[in-house]
Design a protein around this ligand. Structure first.
Ligand code: ATP
Length: 431
């Protein structure tokens, strides 16, 4: 089995910041701890992963409906879901320094007698709505996107005439006032989630649980995350969240060891039943075929978009020794996910070469993510395109002006191929 690679963490963080994937938030003011901004390449990569997630529902044989729900919901939602009472982590203070830690994440070198007794700390960010602050104005930033789905269950059922089994999917920002955020974008206070609530009959729960475990695992592999760095881990009874009958995590082998990438939980009808009771609204499903009314069971695949982006960067990072003893660094993104798919480089910064590059770009940019790169030497440009994981580079040289041909370089094999400019579209279509 693969071992976690501790050095990899620093390398990936450094390259992500240097190449415009992820920046420290508020960096010109010295940064805000554990807050990050996504730069141009990170934003494109995040969009690509998100798009890939939505597209993965195309081959599900039943309907998965998209929703996009509010970050601020009525506080009744969080009362009913249990978040107001239960969404807490045990926190301890280190008396000599006043530093705070999640009780299960206290550094080994601290003395036990220096720590306070653990007390529960609610992870939801509280704010106020409207101009007057009173006990009725308190609202919370959502700590998960899932509840936005449950409170819209009846809306979707009615407006889409949905038939069980079906799913509702939601993607967006969630907020948790984590006591110990860290490890770059692995655990942040503001992050993005991609969640599905899949509604089925209770008697079909196990079947659909297995279905989603397999489907989600296959999805992570299809992103290009190495199979040997993925595993499933079922929660012990003592670990189960208050709503869960069973939970299986998809774990990734981070540089510090195995950790969660996505949790797939059987939530039974906990949420619908609680919202039905507290809202007084009928949330049952009527099965007209069998003339029965019931609250469906729910299988929830809940993943982190930003955490997936991090796992992907770690997994596709590669270093290669070249024949001349130089080293090259590569993100081996798949063609579908690469932020830039085709780099177009003039051999030197001559106007007529740049003009050919612009012409080529015009023909390709509607179908592919392209970039014309004219800075620095050609060697440095290749290095940068490798580092940002561009699968193909087209080089325009002086001969191109004569023979109308260019060189295509494959990122992984480094093989170069000479091809006529009019055949370029055909070449990439075939991939
Ligand atoms: P953890 O045990 O790591 O705190 P969790 O079990 O609380 O995670 P869930 O509530 O199951 O997480 O959320 C679903 C997914 O959302 C997680 O698998 C993870 O990918 C992502 N996620 C949760 N908390 C964070 C965070 N603070 N920063 C980034 N991603 C997060």
């Amino acid at each position: 089995m693969e071992k976690p690679d501790k050095e990899l963490f620093d390398k990936v963080v450094k390259i992500s910041q240097a190449r415009g994937f992820v920046f420290n938030a508020s960096s010109i003011y010295g940064g805000l701890r554990s807050s990050y901004d996504y730069g141009p390449l990170g934003t494109i990569l995040k969009q690509n992963i998100s798009k890939y997630w939505w597209e993965s529902f195309n081959d599900v044989e039943v309907n998965i409906y998209p929703v996009d729900t509010a970050i601020i919901q009525s506080s009744d939602v969080w009362k009913s879901s249990g978040h107001l009472d239960e969404f807490t982590d045990p926190m301890v203070d280190h008396k000599p320094t006043g530093e705070r830690f999640r009780a299960d994440q206290v550094p080994d070198d601290l003395k036990k007698e220096d720590l306070t007794e653990p007390r529960q700390f609610n992870l939801m960010f509280e704010t106020n709505i409207g101009p007057v602050q009173d006990e009725n104005s308190a609202v919370y930033l959502r700590p998960e996107t899932a509840q936005g789905i449950f409170v819209n269950f009846e809306n979707v059922l009615r407006t889409m005439r949905a038939k069980i089994p079906f799913g509702i999917a939601n993607i967006g920002k969630s907020f948790r006032n984590e006591i110990t955020p860290g490890q770059f974008i692995f655990r942040t206070r503001e992050f993005e989630q991609m969640e599905i609530e899949f509604f089925c009959k209770e008697s079909d729960e196990d079947k659909w649980m297995d279905y989603w475990i397999n489907k989600r695992m296959d999805w992570y592999k299809s992103l290009g995350i190495k199979e040997t760095q993925l595993q499933l881990r079922e929660h012990a009874d003592s670990e189960l969240a208050h709503y869960a009958k069973k939970t299986v995590d998809i774990e990734y082998l981070y540089p510090w060891g195995w950790g969660e990438l996505e949790g797939i939980a059987n939530r039974g009808n906990y949420d619908l039943s609680s919202h039905q009771k507290n809202s007084g609204k009928d949330l049952t499903y009527f099965d007209s075929l069998n003339d029965e009314k019931y609250l469906p069971s729910v299988i929830e695949p809940a993943g982190g978009l930003t955490r997936t982006l991090f796992a992907l960067l770690l997994s596709v990072y590669d270093e290669e020794k070249l024949e001349n003893d130089e080293k090259r660094t590569v993100f081996r993104f798949t063609f579908e996910l690469a932020p830039i798919q085709i780099g177009i480089l003039p051999l030197s910064k001559k106007d007529d070469l740049i003009e050919v590059c612009s012409e080529i770009n015009k023909t390709l940019k509607n179908d592919y993510r392209t970039e014309v790169d004219i800075t620095q030497s050609i060697g440095k440009r290749y290095r940068r395109q490798d580092e940002i994981g561009t699968p193909y580079c087209i080089t325009v040289d002086f001969e191109s002006l004569e023979d109308n041909c260019v060189t295509i370089r494959d990122r992984d094999t480094m093989k170069q191929e000479r091809i006529s400019i009019d055949k370029l579209s055909e070449y990439f279509e075939k991939l």
